[in-house]
Design a protein around this ligand. Structure first.
Ligand code: BGC
Length: 652
């Protein structure tokens, strides 16, 4: 309880006068559970993410000083249960997520009321776990480290993240928790991180278990020297620190550096002046926080299919709501919730009833398939609430099979064969394989685990009170065997875009004989109830010189986007870059800019994007950030497979 925390704090203040710092995993909400982080990333919306994180910090700020969030791990493997906790597969979108969430949690000044310290985790490469098995080994080249895995952490450091958590994994057989190379040389010296590094749960002990330390004392020595400033759980620093100094294995300078970093953060939080929580004030959940959760959920949900524009549904026709998630209130909150506040989510049935009235909703507690067999309702539309529970996502919750289960496909199949219109709403914390389901659905809304306002958010979209605008932050494969499948891959030596985009099975040279190479839904994909037409890409100049780039000049790109449909709606305009001639292979496409814009029906807006040094360069073989002269292809469109392109030159 808060008073217990204050008692411990008083003991600390009375003895050394140095306040304790309390940290906890408050990941996507404290009292008001927001959409899971992957869903927040699907909004592609800085303000929404920032607001979600602000509410979370405000509600938690009278119980903790520090949250172990945001998770910055880029991941290419939906089998990994923790994909739900991060921003997805792309470092550019991930960097935006880092900036938005950290500014929401910490604000400009962490000592202000309602703000707490953030923790960028898990440094580094944890999302690369081989086979999608949590905690597993990783092999990461320096090239990928610098170009794919570091950018999110770099963004976190740029906005002064207070702390960084080291990761559990090893990279190329070196455990990160005791790696001077990753923690001291790269994170602190090269990237300039000035806060402190906290171990992940029991990591120092795992260094011993990995076999690289002889015993606990040796593990403490390796980790402390590597730059792991604060222990989590093991107590080995306390137990062995003094001895290690006496034996000359640990220097006072190393200890001073760690202590100085920790004290700096305590000072930045004003803990010396304000060490105690206010026991009188409880930061209650405010109604406006639920509004923020609702808006975030609405913006995060993705429309994957909408055959014959079946959605939005009419509010005047009855619907049947079936399936395992129809009345679910716990799963829809997702993983890592603060348990004390887990009971007040809105289920899908409740959300729909609120939207169209109780009398228009048929639902039953009997198994969905039986209900459809019996068909004791007149509804022409069957809404199938499907997906996975919170237990199959998150830490140590990996799956070998990420396909939508057969019994859930059967629910849609049966309703389809009975001549119903079938709308699937899928609740999940990862990309699931939906290939078997698609033929039996008129529409699919991918709702992720949307948090406390789950049912209400989905209902708003189903019945047209809002228009879907979310875009995928991860690729949806067609088949398990395609994993890992991600958009920012490099060319293979024969065919461009071999594994992504081009369906080579149709051109006679398949990658797989039993499946096209392309994804079911690409990165950046998401439909709307309206339609957007993109004009050609205009560029001010079709070339720019290296010296101009050096001086900070940028390529200015503009595209007209027209809302040609029937609804006012937001579109996320995406800009991808491909460096066609370079010393090392560059990705076939890389997201380097985007803008989310609300466009009224019939309206045309001009979207202006700029590409400079940062967007055109990469870390080369010498790990030097560089722009190499030559041709670049610039793409602007609605997703990562857009063919709207223009070529530009970077001159020497
Ligand atoms: C997780 C971290 C978490 C920590 C503390 C670990 O097992 O990997 O993400 O912050 O536990 O709960």
């Amino acid at each position: 309880s808060i008073s217990d925390l204050n008692i411990l704090q008083k003991a600390a203040m009375d003895s050394l006068g140095i306040p304790l710092i309390y940290g906890k995993d408050v990941i996507h909400g404290f009292k008001t559970t927001m959409p899971v982080p992957l869903a927040q990333a699907a909004t592609w919306d800085y303000d929404i993410i920032k607001k979600c994180c602000s509410v979370m910090a405000q509600e938690a700020s009278n119980t903790i000083h520090w949250t172990f969030a945001p998770m910055m791990d880029i991941c290419h493997d939906p089998r990994w249960g923790r994909i739900v906790e991060g921003p997805g597969e792309d470092p550019y979108l991930g960097a935006m997520y880092a900036r938005a969430s950290i500014s929401g949690i910490q604000g400009e000044d962490m000592s202000q009321p309602g703000k707490i310290a953030a923790c960028a985790k898990h440094f580094i490469g944890y999302g690369n776990a081989e086979g999608g098995r949590d905690y597993n080994r990783t092999e990461i080249s320096d090239y990928l480290l610098y170009n794919l895995y570091l950018p999110t952490f770099r963004a976190a450091i740029e906005c002064n993240v207070a702390t960084v958590m080291s990761s559990f994994n090893d990279i190329n057989s070196e455990p990160v928790a005791c790696s001077r190379h990753y923690l001291r040389e790269i994170l602190k010296e090269k990237e300039g991180f000035e806060g402190f590094v906290i171990a992940d749960w029991g990591s120092i002990d795992r260094v011993r278990k990995f076999g690289v330390a002889e015993d606990n004392k040796h593990a403490a020595e390796l980790c402390m020297n590597a730059g792991l400033d604060m222990d989590m759980v093991t107590d080995y620093y306390n137990l062995y620190g003094e001895k290690l100094v006496a034996e000359g294995k640990l220097s006072m300078d190393t200890i001073d550096d760690a202590v100085r970093r920790i004290l700096k953060i305590k000072k930045d939080l004003s803990l010396f002046e304000k060490p105690y929580f206010n026991e009188e004030v409880q930061n209650a959940a405010r109604p406006e926080s639920r509004e923020i959760a609702l808006n975030a959920a609405v913006n995060s949900i993705i429309l994957l299919e909408n055959k014959n524009n079946i959605l939005p549904l009419s509010k005047d026709e009855p619907v049947a709501v079936v399936g395992p998630m129809a009345n679910e209130k716990r799963s829809v909150l997702g993983t890592w919730i603060v348990r004390e506040h887990a009971d007040d989510a809105v289920s899908l049935v409740e959300g729909i009833e609120k939207c169209i009235g109780k009398d228009s909703v048929f639902s039953s507690t009997i198994p969905a398939l039986d209900y459809i067999y019996q068909l004791e309702h007149n509804a022409d539309v069957v809404i199938a609430a499907l997906g996975e529970g919170n237990y199959s996502e998150g830490e140590c919750s990996c799956l070998t099979n990420v396909a939508i289960p057969d019994y859930q496909v059967d629910i849609c199949k049966e309703a389809w064969h009975k001549g119903k219109h079938v709308v699937a709403v899928i609740f999940s914390g990862r990309p699931m394989i939906l290939t078997e389901l698609v033929p039996y659905c008129d529409a699919i809304l991918y709702a992720w685990h949307p948090g406390i306002e789950s049912g209400e958010a989905v209902a708003k979209l189903l019945f047209g009170d809002a228009v879907p605008s979310g875009k995928l932050p991860v690729t949806f494969p067609r088949a398990q065997g395609q994993i890992p499948l991600y958009y920012n891959t490099t060319n293979a030596c024969t065919y461009a875009h071999e594994y992504y985009g081009v369906d080579l099975a149709q051109s006679g040279m398949p990658n797989y004989w039993d499946c096209p190479g392309s994804p079911l839904y690409p990165f950046g994909y998401g439909m709307s109830y309206t339609t957007f037409e993109y004009g050609d890409i205009n560029i001010e100049n079709d070339s720019i010189s290296l010296s101009e780039l050096d001086e900070g000049k940028k390529l200015k790109i503009s595209v007209d986007v027209t809302n040609t449909g029937e609804y006012d709606a937001s579109e996320i305009v995406q800009c991808y870059v491909c460096d066609l001639k370079s010393s090392l292979l560059r990705p076939v496409r890389e997201l380097k800019g985007f803008e989310k814009r609300y466009i009224k029906k019939g309206e045309t807006v001009s979207i202006i994007l700029e590409l400079g040094m940062k967007e055109l360069g990469f870390y080369n073989k010498d790990l030097k950030f560089t722009v190499e002269p030559g041709e670049f292809m610039i793409y602007v469109g609605k997703d990562s497979l857009t063919t709207n392109k223009v070529s530009v030159y970077v001159k020497k």
